[in-house]
Write a protein that binds this ligand. Structure first.
Ligand code: PRP
Ligand code: URA
Length: 206
């Protein structure tokens, strides 16, 4: 399932991020806020379990979350989505996948991987703002499937049609969430209109 989360606040904040005049502080702050808004939708069907508690007024049969949530940002830019989601789920665990895209071949190159043991049981959100060719997201999901993760969702900010097609063909069982589906990839694999290089804009490295 592919979902483009359509909400005026997300659209407005993403417009700020797209603007080349937006500096890294505002870029990061808006990314945090969009991540929280997206989490609300991405986690809408989280399982609950029955519990019994006592309120100041007496006994109460109610519910609490029945699963761990594991965030797996693809380094670097995926880190930009972690804090906004953690604000909503402070108990989330975090795994890391280090991948960079070789700028010549556009192929993802792995340089780091570290996961919590709950990866196999919990709901895993793989995070990366940009789904361009889809190569990085496909490789990241391959890596966590190989380690036994079963309930995986891919969360991106901006996708290109080429990346969405490649990702859904490789991982038809993984739900993909985006804040926007853009027009196309340019000749050097950047999303158009996009927002430029997400990692550089988050960390102020260009
Ligand atoms: C960017 C982005 C994705 C990848 C998307 O990362 O954050 O991980 O490119 O491209 P793809 O869909 O064609 O694989 P980059 O390689 O620039 O690394 P960075 O996050 O360290 O800047
Ligand atoms: N990576 C980015 O950061 N931006 C793009 O548009 C494509 C890949």
């Amino acid at each position: 399932m592919v979902t483009v989360i359509d909400h005026p606040l997300i659209t407005h904040k993403l417009t700020i991020m797209r603007n080349e005049e937006t500096g890294h502080k505002d870029f990061r702050e808006n990314l945090d806020e969009i991540a929280s808004l997206m989490a609300y939708e991405v986690l809408r069907d989280l399982p609950l379990k029955d519990i019994h508690i006592t309120t100041p007024m007496g006994p109460c049969d109610t519910k609490e979350l029945a699963t761990e949530v594991i965030l797996v940002p693809i380094l670097r830019a995926g880190m930009g989505l972690v804090n906004g989601i953690m604000d909503l789920i402070p108990t989330a665990k975090v795994g890391f996948i280090g991948l960079y895209r070789d700028e010549e071949t556009l192929e993802p190159v792995e340089y780091f991987a570290k996961f919590p043991k709950e990866l196999t049981e919990g709901v895993v959100l793989v995070l990366d703002p940009m789904l361009a060719t889809g190569g990085s997201a496909i490789a990241a999901v391959d890596m966590i499937k190989a380690r036994g993760a079963k309930n995986i969702r891919m969360v991106c900010l901006v996708g290109a049609p080429e990346g969405v097609k490649a990702f859904t063909e490789h991982h038809p069982d993984v739900d993909l969430y985006m804040a926007a589906l853009d027009d196309h990839l340019n000749e050097i694999g950047y999303i158009v209109p996009g927002l430029g290089d997400a990692g550089d804009r988050i960390y102020g490295t260009k």
